[in-house]
Design a protein around this ligand. Structure first.
Ligand code: PMP
Length: 417
């Protein structure tokens, strides 16, 4: 069993897809922000592991030992991947949504939660009750930091948590995480980072950012679906009721009492997704060993894409902030007079290009930035090539050059709030 990672970025799968004309073309996957194709090393790791997976922590058999080793090893991989502090927990979850819901269940009672209203629903919705303050996202990063400070200053005494995305899934813009974390610290608040979009594109250091929790998804990190993690401070998690009740989460069960585990297993009842966890770990190791080329690859392509899109008539890029700042290779946009769903369908059927359309599970953000319309989103990753970017720009120009303006389903491309 090869557990040592290969330190290189292997080519991702670039399959042929059919067009309406009956021809086939290499798929231009410009939807990495939704899910990224599996890295070669992660596929290989899964392949090698498949004959050996078994339940973890539960058997003396060889397969069970291998699985337990792979599973526990991945906690260390993830700890290193986000530069966690000593003593931080790594709880395996299904994805970021699951990780943030776990945290929401795990915070002490009456924790004041502060967050921007433009967050992805996974970060926006798990928090309930009167102690949640949703701040309208200001138009500059500087004002965003002040807005968090003001909200925290108005919170009652007691535990406080700021929930924040690292990179917007609608616009690709990076949030001023370290600055907000510094403000949070001054006001005795913890910070939870939704890193679903940041983790595949930038090295994250919990220590440097001074962030308390990070949530991420394997399927956005070039591993298959089904494994994610919540990494961060263990005290609240140790004290919280188990996220799921069942086997593996307990130390002892008698007819009178249940003694729950206090480590990460407390929240991992049931047979875990050992295969997914292994793939996630291997993909993270690959990224961690290649940040330089990964970031350079995406920055070059992003600059090319932005230049190309800027020349498409009527195209407006969605932006949370008016100030220019660092961003990952994700661009949300609308095109005047064209319905996003229709354009996405044409790009797929006629050009073999996969983009996302809609409101990206961030309805408040998209509605605000796209002025009530649905939007398109092109997102780059390790599988993206110059040819994919150029194909999208050319396709949009050609479709617009036809001159006709279509709507798709809904009369004027608007959608009900
Ligand atoms: N947060 C952000 C910023 C996202 O982009 C996504 C996925 N679109 C999520 C959270 C949720 O991730 P998952 O669906 O893997 O739980």
């Amino acid at each position: 069993l090869a557990l040592d990672p290969v330190v290189s970025v292997p080519a991702t799968l670039n399959a042929e897809v059919p067009l309406v004309t009956g021809e086939t073309v290499e798929y231009a996957n410009l939807d990495h922000a939704a899910s990224a194709p599996c890295l070669g090393a992660a596929r290989q790791a899964v392949d090698e592991f498949l004959p050996w997976y078994a339940s973890v922590h539960r058997g003396a058999g060889f397969a069970s030992q291998v699985s337990t080793k792979v599973y526990e090893r991945t906690r260390d991989v993830l700890r290193r991947f986000v530069d966690a502090r000593r003593g931080d927990s790594v709880v395996f979850t299904r994805n970021t949504t699951d990780a943030l819901n776990l945290l929401a269940r795990g915070v002490p009672r009456h924790t004041s939660v502060v967050l921007f209203d433009t967050e992805h629903h996974a970060a926006l919705l798990p928090w309930r009750g009167p102690d949640v303050r949703r701040i309208p996202t200001p138009r500059t990063r500087f004002a965003a930091v002040s807005a968090v400070e003001e909200a925290l200053a108005g919170c009652p005494e007691g535990p406080r948590l700021v929930v924040l995305t690292g990179a917007s899934n609608v616009t690709g813009e990076l949030l001023p995480v370290a600055e907000i974390a510094a403000v949070a610290r001054r006001h005795g608040a913890r910070v939870a980072l939704d890193a679903a979009q940041l983790a595949p594109h930038r090295a994250i250091s919990l220590r440097e950012l001074d962030v308390d929790y990070v949530a991420l998804s394997g399927h956005k990190l070039y591993a298959p679906f089904g494994a994610g993690a919540l990494i961060g401070r263990s005290d609240w998690l140790r004290a919280a009721p188990p996220y799921l009740a069942g086997g593996g989460a307990t130390k002892l069960v008698t007819s009178r009492e249940v003694v729950w585990n206090t480590g990460p297993e407390r929240h991992e009842a049931g047979s875990p997704n050992t295969v997914g966890v292994h793939a996630l770990g291997v993909a993270c190791e690959q990224l961690a060993a290649n940040w330089g080329p990964v970031v350079a690859h995406e920055e070059d392509l992003l600059a090319r894409l932005r230049r190309g899109l800027a020349a498409v008539p009527g195209l407006s890029e969605l932006r949370l902030f008016d100030d220019e700042g660092d961003r990952v290779g994700t661009i949300g946009f609308t095109i005047d007079g064209y319905e996003a769903g229709w354009l996405a369908a044409v790009l797929s059927a006629e050009y073999g290009i996969g983009v996302r359309d809609g409101a990206f599970c961030a309805h408040i953000a998209t509605r605000r930035l796209a002025h009530g319309q649905q939007a398109l989103r092109a997102s780059l990753g390790l599988g993206t090539t110059v040819a994919h970017v150029d194909r999208l720009v050319l396709a949009l120009r050609q479709v617009l050059a036809r001159g006709a303006r279509w709507t798709y389903g809904k009369p004027d491309g608007r959608w009900a709030p």
